[in-house]
Write a protein that binds this ligand. Structure first.
Ligand code: F6R
Length: 260
């Protein structure tokens, strides 16, 4: 795991945008896994800026979102479809047919989830998966106790996650109980996993995921098994880590060719 600690979420998001834009420029058909929520908002703002000001070209990019609430129509203001089109897709030149977001209204969920996995494989696999981190340690909507080798399926949200996500809904009781999510196994197959976590309220989950044991009770700890997992944190999210000085030193002395 590479742990990168930046002064604030803005600097961390700029770094994330640089890495994603490099993949978009270098690959013939970049396949990008995306997340929603508060954490990647600044990253998307930077990518839109790079598109407008530097001509970053999304026309060859294929995207797969991690998850969607079951029962929400794409036009629902709290759906991840709505979020993605509002914050990224409508502002760049991505082709709508290259955008994949799980369908919360699919009639045969099992078949739909299998197909989602097939579609990722058919696209060539994920070059990078962007991840946020739940306060309970989830990635995607893989809640504690999720199988570490799971693939795309329906999960039941914990009370904590429903409370955390209530800000996107008019009332907590409107937050759905279920979501379709890529599995932890799906995420681990991405060539790079880039997890971002900002703010004090993520500090406990960060320390459990980075320095605790690998356990299904902290789904993000599965990233310790990934050969190229990057944990991009602001100071507040990193404050409970034991090895902060080591992470800073390692980042500052990275060989030139490894920098992004
Ligand atoms: C969203 C997702 C979730 C969030 C996590 C953190 O697509 O998969 O795992 O990344 O719940 O949410 P925020 O960023 O709102 O704190």
């Amino acid at each position: 795991m590479e742990v990168i600690i930046q002064a604030d979420s803005e600097q961390a998001s700029l770094l994330a945008a640089r890495l994603v834009s490099r993949i978009i420029k270098e690959k013939e058909k970049p396949v990008i896994g995306l997340a929603t929520g508060s954490t990647p908002l600044l990253l998307y703002r930077f990518l839109v800026k790079m598109h407008r000001e530097e001509g970053l070209d999304f026309s060859r990019s294929i995207t797969f979102n991690l998850d969607e609430y079951v029962g929400l129509a794409p036009e629902h203001p709290a759906s991840f479809h709505h979020f993605m089109w509002k914050n990224l897709f409508s502002q760049v030149n991505i082709k709508p047919e290259n955008v994949h977001i799980p369908d919360g209204l699919a009639s045969d969920m099992e078949a739909y989830c299998r197909q989602y996995e097939e579609d990722i494989k058919a696209a060539g696999g994920l070059d990078i998966q962007i991840l946020g981190l739940g306060t309970d340690g989830h990635i995607g909507f893989n809640e504690p106790s999720s199988s570490l080798s799971s693939d795309t399926r329906i999960k039941t949200l914990t009370d904590q996650t429903r409370k955390d996500n209530a800000i996107f809904f008019e009332a907590e009781e409107n937050v759905p109980y279920h979501a379709i999510t890529m599995g932890i196994g799906t995420i681990l197959q991405a060539r790079i996993c880039l997890l971002m976590a900002f703010g004090k309220k993520k500090a406990r989950a960060v320390s459990r995921a980075v320095e605790g044991p690998v356990t299904s009770m902290v789904p993000a700890s599965a990233l310790q098994l990934h050969p190229r997992a990057i944990m991009l944190l602001d100071k507040e999210a990193a404050f409970k880590l034991d090895q902060i000085d080591y992470y800073h030193w390692a980042y500052e002395h990275k060989p030139e060719w490894q920098k992004f």
